[in-house]
Design a protein around this ligand. Sequence first.
Ligand SMILES: *Cc1c(COP(=O)(O)O)cnc(C)c1O
Length: 355
Amino acid sequence: MKKPFNIQTLIRPSIQKLVPYSSARNEYEGSEGIFLDANENPFNTGLNRYPDPVHTTLKKAISASRHVSENNLLLGNGSDEVIDLLFRTVCEPGKHTCITLPPTYGMYSVSAAINDVEVVEVPLTENFQPVTEKILQHITSETRIIFFCSPNNPSGNCLAENSIKEILNRFQGLVVIDEAYIDFSTQTSWLTYLTEYPNLVVLQTFSKAWGLAGIRLGMLFANQELIRALHKVKPPYNVNALTQRIALQALENTAQTHSWIQAVISQRDVVKSVLSTLSFVEKVYPSDANFLLVKCKRAAEVFAFLKQEKIIVRNRSQVPGCEGCLRISIGTMEENIQLLEKLKQFDEQENHPEI
Ligand SMILES: *Cc1c(COP(=O)(O)O)cnc(C)c1O
C-alpha cells in the first residue's frame, strides 16, 4: 500500500524559503486602466505590454481541454524548460540523483548534468519495457526523480502501466511520465491518476500533435504544492505573449489537430507495412507515437543513402539498445511515398547479384 508522504519534504529548503520575484503584472491583475507601472512603451504595437506571468487565460483553456484543474498545471518554454525547473526545485546539486530508463529522451540526462544531478541508468528490456525490480533496487535516499517516457522516444512504445504504478506506490520521490506523444497512442493519459498519486508528474507538449514546435510550449501537470513551488522558480515571463496567443487559437481549433493525428496514425500503419516488406529491414517496432523505430541490416548505409537523396532520418544505431536502428518520423503522405520509393530502390540495389 501507499505510504503517506508529504510533497513538501521534496522541495529544496532554499526554494521553500524563496520569496519569488514579483513583477508589475503580478501586483495589479486588472486588465483595464492606465498602465504606468512596468516601464513599457505606451504606444500600442500589439506587443508593447508584458505578457501575463501566470498564463491565466491559456491555463484555463488547457485545463478545460484536459479536464484537469488549473491548480495542477504549470506552463513552460517547451518541455525542456519544465524538466529543468523540476531539477532546480527538488534536487540539491551534487547531492540528489535521478533515474532514467535508456534508451530514452536525451534531455533528462543533459538537464540533470547542467544541474549537477547524478543520473542512474536502469536500461529497458529488449522490448523496451521497464524492469520494476531493478528500478526499485537502484532507488536510494538521494533519489528524487524517476523519468518514464511513455510512449517512449526513440522506441515508440508505451511503458507497462503496472510497472509505473508499482513505482508510484513504492517510491517517495517524483515519478515523471513524459507524454509528448500521448495523442498518437491508444493508451489513456496518466492525467486521470493525478489526484490519486501526489508524486505523479505528467509532461505534455504543443510540439508534436499540435504542430507548434516553433512556439515552445510545454505543460507540466502535478500535485498543487509542487506546482506552487515550480511557479516560484520559473522566470516571470517564461511563456511569451505570441506563444500564449497562438496556443489559445490552437485550442479553439482542436478539429485541425485531431485530423492531423488521424492522418499521422493511418500513415504510420502504411509506412510500417511497406517497410516490413523490405529485405534489409529486420524489424519495425510497435509504435504508439508519430515515428517508427526500424532495425536494419547496414543501418549506416541506409541512413547515408537517404541523406544523399535529401531524406533525413535519425540514425540511432550507436545508442545502446537501439543497435542497427533508424528512427523515422511519419511525414505527409507525399513525403512517405518518396521515402518508401527510395528505400525500395536501395533494396533493389542491395539485392543486385554483382554487389
Ligand atoms: C519531442 C519531445 C518533447 C518535446 O519537447 P519540447 O521542449 O516541448 O519541444 C518532450 N519529450 C520527449 C520525449 C520528446 O520526444
